[in-house]
Design a protein around this ligand. Sequence first.
Ligand code: GLU
Length: 449
Amino acid sequence: MVSGKEYVASVFEKVKEQNAHEEEFLQAVEEVFQSLVPVFDKYPKYVEENLLERLVEPERIVSFRVPWVDDKGQVQVNRGYRVQFSSAIGPYKGGLRFHPSVNQSIVKFLGFEQIFKNSLTGQPIGGGKGGSNFDPKGKSDLEVMRFTQSFMTELQKHIGPDTDVPAGDIGVGGREIGYMFGQYKRLNGYENGVLTGKGLTYGGSLARTEATGYGTVYFAEQMLKARGEDFTGKTAIVSGSGNVAIYATEKLHELGAKVIAVSDSSGYIYHGDGIDLDLLKELKEVKRARISEYVETHPDAVFTRAGDSSIWSLKADLAFPCATQNELNEEDAKTLVANGVIAVAEGANMPSTLKAIDVFHEAGVSFGPAKAANAGGVAVSALEMAQNSGRTAWSFEEVDEKLKGIMKDIYDNSAAAAKEFDAEGNLVVGSNIAGFLKVAEAMSAQGVV
Ligand code: GLU
């Protein structure tokens, strides 16, 4: 009988061979695989069933052409993707990302993470992800509409309320979901459960917009509680200024912390008095402006251009990477530790590199990995699906209460799994194992499919 270590290593070798150029995907796989070694020692049945090799191969990947016409009348072509990774515990579920960096490696890493994240929510949702290398930045509303309509014209063949339910991610917010929902409806008739993150007038859920950011903070609250701490008087750095960063900032302020910095791809703002959230919302949600404009209203704040120095060079008690993958590296982690950070919770997907995570663990920093800490968004998406199926709508308070409960459960289950598998306090190991076990049991029960 091979050991857990040998089994995991042999599957990882194959994965590397077959996906040699998919750096981000291999990074996400490596992190999960390292955690799962003791699981295969405990459950040799899963080795016999070759469960890991089956799980790491997506059930299906769709890649397609997205032609559209820009405002100058020029024909443009982008590439669209949907990776339907695992339906072991429910319909494929996960967002769509519109960003020039999107390629197969990115959608596969996101889809793979989504399997475990969705399992951790306790909701019946499988893992999927998609998107396009389309860049919404600088495009007119009409260009975004024409692109998303073309994107959905192909995607609609592959999705449905009981099979695959996309939502938003970077570059896909309320506007894009609205256009996609309209196009889906035009082609298939009204089916309100086919997308989540919808507007409130056509089947969206209250608190879905806030859910990822709020959820990350609720998760961090549990991390702090385990150290005998809370948010009162703590300073925080929140990278990004999209949906996740904005609502993480809102909740942090509400719970007594002070966010002193936020960023976008052009640079970061430091504001020692605390970030002016109304202004941030106005700039980002209404005007779609660059963050550098913040200093026009607050001359006491400082804007630093990207590349000049990193947002992680600032001193703070807490760090919330809420921008994008691999935005926080080993050097950044060392600087944060030297500056006295006590907890890091990931609002974005895979924002910390593997080496950065090691630095945090070695320094005794509480570290909340993305698939646990940012699961609140997709969890409330599952609640949106439930409301849609039940033809009902819950109040903001009701959804927010459920979200809080889900984040606490994710924390408790991850902490318990870490303890059970001899890695007490390591939430990376704990969340990977807790997320995996439910999927593994479902796969095992369903036979070799
Ligand atoms: N894109 C979000 C995530 O990374 C949300 C997905 C969803 O709501 O389906 O989990």
